[in-house]
Design a protein around this ligand. Sequence first.
Ligand SMILES: [Fe+2]
Ligand SMILES: [Fe+2]
Length: 470
Amino acid sequence: MNISSERIPNNVNLSDDKRLQRALEQWQPHFLNWWQEMGPDGFLAHEVYLRTAVSVDEGGWANYGYVRMPDYRWGIFLAPPVEDRRIGFGDNLGQPVWHEVPGEFRNALRRLIVTQGDTEPASVEQQRLLGRTCPSLYDLRNLFQVNVEEGRHLWAMVYLLQDYFGRDGREEAEELLERRSGQSDHPRLLEAFNQPIADWLSFFCFTMFTDRDGKYQLLALAESGFDALSRTTRFMLTEEAHHMFVGESGIERVVQRTVELMANNPDTDVRKLGGIDLLTVQKYVNMWYSASLDLFGGEISSNAAEYFAAGLKGRYKEDKYTDHVALDGTYAMPVVEEGRLIQQDVPLRNAMNEILRDAYARDSDRGVQRWNKHLEEAGFSVRIQLPNRRFNRHIGIYSGTRFDPDGNMLTQAEWDTQKNQWLPTADDLAYVRSLMKPVIEPGKMAGWIAAPRKGINGLPVDFEYVRTDG
Ligand SMILES: [Fe+2]
Ligand SMILES: [Fe+2]
């Protein structure tokens, strides 16, 4: 089989690079098998109105048209090079960026790329059954758009592994297709990517919170001194914005619908009307936000310090800082000591995960406040809130201790008696799942979610985003 540059849209001169072509020729059929087996269940023959990246020119990354998902043209794109680009932080500040992998950072870079790469197919696997219960064709199309682009992000990481890491890179590329989300003997690398996403409220929370972790990881890697990694991740970020939109606007529409039901029937339990009550939304937010915070890693991290020192992974918007070496400063954070929270000054480089988590938390909160506008406008006093970042953590310095959503320390007994107020119970999950019935008539919406304000790419909401006649 010959992979022509038309089959794999790219701006890496694939047709001139025989070695890379050969590596991709071996990998591509395995990827397609994986897509058949683990990609969206049941819609392989349907035409879906999708955007495809065909170039990095303005507009080139968003080419719209009907395509069957197995025929999607997964491409390899790097953002245009920056002339005379220099390493922007750490011990190598001001040195020219690397166009090959420096030997001493080879393992660390490979680990960063594999960890990022593993999340991309993992999320497709987690979401594979959702198409069966879509609340509308518009949402079904958005799910598939996210899925094919996560597939392309896998290609992006595999390109780096195959072009820059020789044989072990090719082996890692194969393993990215062999691990499976939630499989006990060969799971995905990160815990949040091993939980099935069994209902659409979870999907919206995932794209709102978990995908947003991905965005911040990509932003930190976009600062990298390894230029190919920086350029690859910068291009991935153009696609990521839509994934955030799907999550943020998805939950917004759920809140909007619930507000509508509450306003029209003030004395009736929203669940009796087929809506999702705000407490359940809040519990889902608590669950997914806390799980996503874990993905940033420990608050005090020597790995993060090493990545920063080496120039591999920077801060969000590194150029906004004045001190790019970060050897002198400290970061004050509350730590648990002898059963109490005390303030501790952590050397700045060791706090890089926490600094990235700060940017993520601000961004997440901005989205939550948009949902709250609907509550405010309807005259309700209740608000959706992000839980304190110490709540329900399984990684980092707060993971061994119980905290309530305001960040107050609890005993295990206090946690046990109250956790059902904060996290979805089996009943809550069962209720949300009971609402998941497919709605596939163009323009129609399930009863628990409001219609979007507008459609995709300027098209009306009732456009046939997925041709259901197969
Ligand atoms: Fe992604
Ligand atoms: Fe994404």
